[in-house]
Structures are given as C-alpha cells and as structure tokens.
Design a protein around this ligand. Structure first.
Ligand SMILES: NC(=O)C1=CN([C@@H]2O[C@H](COP(=O)(O)OP(=O)(O)OC[C@H]3O[C@@H](n4cnc5c(N)ncnc54)[C@H](O)[C@@H]3O)[C@@H](O)[C@H]2O)C=CC1
Ligand SMILES: C[C@@H](CO)CCC[C@@H](C)[C@H]1CC[C@H]2[C@@H]3[C@H](O)CC4=CC(=O)CC[C@]4(C)[C@H]3CC[C@]12C
Length: 369
C-alpha cells in the first residue's frame, strides 16, 4: 500500500464472505473502510444478498470458488492488497470427515498464503479460534486468560487440530518475501464463541425451545463460564486489524489476538438465555437436571450411534463427547492486546449486541430460513 496511501483505493478479498462471520466482515468493510475501492467476496456458496451490495459506490465482486483449489484462490487473490481469510469448515458435530476438515482449514489456508506470496499480496488477516488454545482434553479451566497465559493446549478433535495447524502456518508465513520483494505481514484473530445475527446454533436452540413448549432444560452448571463475543465486534476487529497491518507491521506481524468485547461471562446456556428469555423461552433448573455422568453416557451413546449409522444416514446431534467437554469447561479471556496494538475498542456495546441478537432470533426463529 504505497506512499500515496491517502488517495489510493484498495482491493480487499474476504474468503468465506457469505458465512456467519464473513457476511458481517463484508458489510463492515463497506461501511467502515474509507480506502476500499473493490471488495472481492470469495465463497463456495454465494448468497443472494450479495447482489444488493453491487449497487453501492464500491465495486463488489462475487467469486464462487473453493479454498482447497489453489488455482481458484490464486486467481481471486491476484491484485488484492489485503486478504481476510475467514473461510473455514466449522464442524464439531461429526458432519464432515477429519480429512475434509483438514483439507479446507489447513490446505485451504496454505493455498491462501501461497497465493499471497505468488501474486504479491502483502497483508493477510486470518480468522483463527479460541479453540487453538482450548479447552484442552483434560478440561482445565482457562479463566480470564490472555494471549500470554500459559495453558496446556492438547488437541485431538479434527476442528481445533486444523485451526491450530492453520494458525501456525499463517504466523510462520509472516515476513516471507512476496512477489515484488516486499515482506508478507500476517496476524491471526482468535474469536471465542461468536453470537449475533446469523448464529445458526442459537436459532436451533430457539426452535427446539419452541417445540418443547417454551422450555429448555439446564444441562451445564451455571458456574462454568464461557467468554462470548458479538459478531459485529469480531468483524470490526478484522477491519481494524487489516487496516493497521501496514502502518504497524513491525508490531502486529506474526501476532495473535483474542477477540473480545463487553459481553458478560456466563455459562453457555445462561448466556443464550440473554436472548432466548426475551423471546419467551425459560431455562428450567437452577442446577443441571441430569447428573453429569448421564450426560457423559448420552454423549458417548451419540458418538457410537453416529459411527454405527454412518453408512446409512448422517446422525450428528449437538451433544457428543467433544461438545460436552467444551460446554462444561470454563474458557474466558480478558485482554487488551488488540487495543494496545491497533486501537481496537468494541464498536457495539453489550446492550446493543443483545438487542440486535434478540431481534434476529425473533425474526429467524419464526421464519423458515
Ligand atoms: N462460529 C464461531 O463461534 C467461531 C468461528 N470461528 C472461525 O470463524 C470463521 C468463520 O466461521 P463461521 O462464520 O462461524 O462459519 P460459517 O460456516 O458460517 O462460514 C464459513 C464460510 O466459509 C465457506 N467455506 C467453507 N468451506 C469453503 C471452501 N472449501 N472454499 C470456500 N469457502 C468455504 C462457507 O461456505 C461459509 O460461507 C471460521 O474460520 C471459523 O473457524 C472462530 C471462532 C468461533
Ligand atoms: C451440552 C448441550 C446442552 O445444552 C450444550 C451444547 C453446546 C455446544 C454445542 C456448544 C458449547 C460451546 C460451543 C463452542 C464454543 O463456543 C467454541 C467454538 C469455537 C469455534 O471456533 C467453533 C465453534 C465452537 C467450537 C462452539 C461450537 C458449539 C459449542 C460446542
């Protein structure tokens, strides 16, 4: 991004731009990035709402493509100044095979890096995940941790394994020489569980509650805290990080940042009730209704059934040994690294984030989307 940066209009590429987070990043860039000249949205599935964006002042180019196809990625990256790589296979339910998760999340990321190097794109922001840290398989709590907190990160599940490998590739690529001789500058953002408009699991819990006559049943102790982050703030952090990578390359290059905002620390279920409560649902029980060992048994049973039924049908319920372990382990972050390094402050207050999410749940829960 040369000396004439003031006047220069920039080309951004967002991979996974039609996903839950990707859509917010795309819209945020259009609203809040004054230097944006062209926005390329790359996704395996292009959504119809992209068409509406094409009538605005910024050129929006929709590119249907697969990150696992190196030539498709290289064609999309060529000529871009900045890449925000958010495409990924988010699967902790056993819907996709471990090989597919690895292919999309690790090889896909490798393809993005190589495309930057080959075509001379200098700035890369990667959407990593809290899952590269934990919770670990031993269920150790991560309490108000930051990017420097020591934690025994042990990955077995294909999703966190893939995110950890991909993040490492991105960080190690920092400083590589790209076509034209300049250094690649990379950083990785690690959201905790994201919520907000478009959050399909929240919508599923809402519909399940409606089916059960307005009741949800507590499964996880209220004392197990989760850090959650509003999707608009995650998108804003991506936009800011991408903008500041050039000016603060020495400081930000090769760094990781947890995504955080003012959302309260609560258990997964109590946090969901912040939105589902005002939509008319109630969480039954001050304590879990079933003993923990019963949940462990049911989760193991689900895993067994998934394995047995796989040749016939895909059985992928929310509860499995991995999701139970994650839901049942405290994982909260408390950090100001992004604020110190690139001036991040949440754009949306907790009240705002909550209101926006409630409105979306009400609309999405009752429609057939
Ligand atoms: N949802 C969450 O709570 C969290 C998500 N993340 C990360 O954020 C990123 C976005 O996640 P979400 O928006 O939640 O997921 P999502 O599934 O809604 O979006 C992912 C997007 O990537 C696209 N995609 C998948 N495979 C692709 C491929 N082979 N080629 C091109 N595009 C492909 C999908 O079509 C989708 O539009 C992912 O990298 C995920 O690992 C990180 C932390 C928390
Ligand atoms: C035991 C059930 C009783 O109601 C509740 C099951 C909830 C789980 C499906 C979720 C609990 C925690 C979630 C994960 C967490 O937010 C961290 C994540 C980060 C990511 O990068 C991807 C998504 C996820 C793994 C998220 C997935 C859903 C949960 C396991």
């Amino acid at each position: 991004m040369a000396d004439s940066a003031q006047a220069q209009k920039l080309v951004y590429l967002v991979t996974g731009g039609c996903g839950f987070l990707g859509e917010h990043v795309v819209r945020m860039l259009l609203q809040r990035e004054p230097r944006l000249g062209e926005l390329r949205v790359f996704d395996r599935h292009l959504d119809p709402w992209l068409e509406e964006l094409k009538t605005g002042p910024v050129r929006v180019t929709a590119i249907q493509g697969d990150v696992t196809e190196a030539h498709e990625v290289a064609a999309a990256v060529a000529g871009a100044h900045v890449v925000i790589h958010t495409a990924g296979l988010v699967d902790v339910f056993g819907r996709a095979s471990p090989e597919t998760i690895h292919e999309v999340n690790v090889q896909g990321t490798r393809n993005v890096i190589e495309a930057c190097v080959q075509t001379g794109t200098q700035f890369l922001v990667y959407t990593s995940s809290m899952e590269v840290v934990g919770p670990n398989t031993k269920g150790h709590p991560f309490y108000r941790g930051n990017e420097d907190t020591l934690y025994e990160a042990v990955h077995r599940h294909p999703y966190p394994c893939s995110k950890a490998l991909a993040e490492r590739l991105v960080l190690e690529a920092n400083g590589r020489e790209v076509h034209g001789g300049l250094p690649l500058v990379t950083c990785a953002l690690r959201p905790t569980g994201i919520y907000g408009e478009g959050h399909q699991i929240m919508r599923d819990f809402y519909r399940q509650g409606l089916r059960l006559g307005g009741w949800l049943f507590r499964a996880i102790p209220a004392s197990v805290e989760h850090g959650r982050v509003y999707v608009g703030n995650v998108a804003w952090m991506h936009v800011l990080a991408a903008r500041e990578l050039e000016r603060r390359a020495a400081l930000m290059g090769g760094q990781v940042y947890f995504c955080y905002d003012g959302s309260p620390y609560k258990s997964y279920e109590d946090f969901n009730m912040e939105f589902l409560g005002p939509c008319g649902l109630q969480l039954v029980g001050a304590r879990p209704l079933l003993p923990y060992w019963v949940l462990v048994f049911l989760a193991a049973l689900n895993a067994l059934l998934q394995w047995l039924l796989r040749p016939l049908v895909l059985y992928a319920p929310l509860l499995n040994p991995y999701t139970l372990a994650v839901a049942n382990t405290t994982f909260t972050v408390s950090t100001d690294k992004a604020q110190r390094h690139f001036g991040y402050e949440p754009l949306f207050s907790w009240e705002d984030s909550r209101t926006r999410t409630i409105l979306w749940v009400q609309a999405a829960g009752s429609s057939a989307q």
